[in-house]
Structures are given as C-alpha cells and as structure tokens.
Design a protein around this ligand. Structure first.
Ligand SMILES: C[S@@+](CC[C@H](N)C(=O)[O-])C[C@H]1O[C@@H](n2cnc3c(N)ncnc32)[C@H](O)[C@@H]1O
Length: 243
C-alpha cells in the first residue's frame, strides 16, 4: 500500500464512521475498528469486487458498517478524492440490510435515519426473510450462526434472488485451517459478547465443503484469503450465479 493510499483510507474511515456518532460511542468505535481493521472493506474497493450499481442486499448486516463504507467511498469519489488505479466505487441504487438483532437495527436507524434515500436496515432472520430480486448479495461473517440445513436453504434462496451472472460475496471461517480457525472463533465470541449478544453456537464447515455446497447450488466459486495480517482462517468466497 502506498503512503497516498494509506492517507486516503484514513479519510475514508473518518467519513464512513462519522454517521455512527449519533448512535453512541459503542456504535462509532465498533464501526471504526471494523472498517479500519478488517481488510475485506479495503479489498472490496481496491479490487473493485462489487457491481457498479443495482440493488444490494447484506444479510446479517449488523449496524450497517458496510453501507456506511460504500456511501463514504461514493462521496469521496464524487469529490475527486480517489486513489490512482482503483476502480470507481459502486453507486448502489438500494442498500438493504437484514439483521437479527434489534439493537443493531436501532443503531443503523440512528446512523442513517429513517428516510435515507438508499439505505434500509430491517430486523429479520435471513432464514425466513423474503430476499426479493436483487443484483448482489453479501454475507460477511454471519453464515455460521445457524445450522447446516439452514445454510443450504439460505444459499438456495440467494441463488433464486440473483440474476444469471449475479454475485454472492461472502466470508466464512475455514474450519480445516486448525488453530487459526479457533483463534477467529474466540475473537468472534468476544466481539459478539461485547456487542451485547448471547454467545452463539457456531456451525462451521471446511473450505472445501463450502465450495462443494455452493457449486451444487449453482454458483461458480473463487476463494481468496481474507485474514489480513491476523492469524485467522477467514476466506472470502466470490460466487457467481451460473448463466
Ligand atoms: C459477526 S457479525 C457481522 C456483522 C456485519 N456483517 C459486519 O461485517 O459488521 C454477524 C451478524 O449476523 C447477525 N445474524 C446472525 N444470524 C442471523 C440471521 N439468521 N439473520 C440475520 N442476521 C443474523 C448477527 O446478529 C450479527 O449482527
């Protein structure tokens, strides 16, 4: 990363976390820590992994940190503040989040307001919520909170919700990685507890099994390590609905 990119990411982080101030210190510092410390947010933009526009659906969205990041990226890009060589950021038509926990949905409401023209974060369970028709689906670190049958069903419904060629982007923990997987799990538990939730039972799979399941569902799958400099077993899966 160049010094200019580092400075840019700092400005982007300031802008993306600012909307969470009205939601209280926890929401604000959580957004800063997550968006600044987790490499997936940077990589989504640096590699231009998301479509240029359309209807975005984020399942298990939490307080909507991803949406704040994308909106801030769009703002800076429009102002001409954008790193050389990075693809233009997406300009989503809609950003819909589905989140189980009322407290996170409340924080999202305080951050974006009830009448935001693009963002809506609603309380719901991705295992039952209607996904409608969308252009891209994301699930960052939330697929392992329910059982294997539930996971297969959610993947099937995501496939139905996307157009041919549509993108499902997710990140999972690779249980076959051994110790790094357990380290990610401990951190997951600590963060979940800090966010005021009960400690959940987790339903992991080895990376190979995720890939087989996604392929059987009708996706072409590409994987990329997404642990950054942390000793984790986080893998990003880029799943393209087969035409
Ligand atoms: C580790 S957090 C990640 C939050 C967000 N994706 C992010 O990157 O900041 C996982 C989130 O998934 C939510 N979640 C778990 N099971 C869910 C379900 N069945 N439906 C909707 N959200 C769920 C949790 O409440 C939690 O907010």
């Amino acid at each position: 990363m160049t010094p200019d990119e580092k400075l840019f990411l700092r400005r982007l982080l300031d802008r993306a976390s600012a909307p969470f101030r009205p939601a209280g210190p926890f929401a604000y510092h959580y957004a800063r820590g997550k968006l600044g410390g987790d490499p997936i947010f940077r990589e989504l933009l640096r590699q231009g992994l998301l479509p240029s526009g359309g209807r975005f659906l984020d399942l298990g969205s939490g307080q909507g940190s991803l949406f704040a990041w994308l909106l801030a990226a769009g703002d800076l890009h429009r102002q001409g503040d954008w790193p050389l060589g990075w693809p233009a950021p997406p300009q989503p038509q809609t950003l819909r989040g589905v989140e189980l926990m009322a407290r996170d949905v409340e924080r999202a409401g305080q951050a974006f307001g009830a009448d935001h023209p693009v963002v809506r974060v609603e309380q719901g369970d991705m295992c039952t919520t209607d996904f409608g028709q969308v252009d891209v689906v994301t699930i960052l670190d939330a697929l392992h909170y329910f059982d294997h049958d539930g996971q297969a069903d959610v993947l099937r419904r995501i496939h139905q919700a996307l157009p041919p060629g549509g993108l499902f982007l997710t990140r999972i923990g690779d249980v076959s990685a051994g110790l790094p997987y357990h380290v990610s799990n401990w951190v997951d538990h600590i963060v979940t507890f800090a966010r005021g939730h009960r400690l959940p039972r987790l339903y992991a799979r080895p990376l190979a099994e995720w890939k087989t399941l996604l392929q059987a569902t009708g996706f072409e799958v590409r994987s990329q390590d997404m642990s950054g400099d942390k000793p984790f077993a986080n893998v990003m899966l880029l799943c393209r609905k087969l035409v």
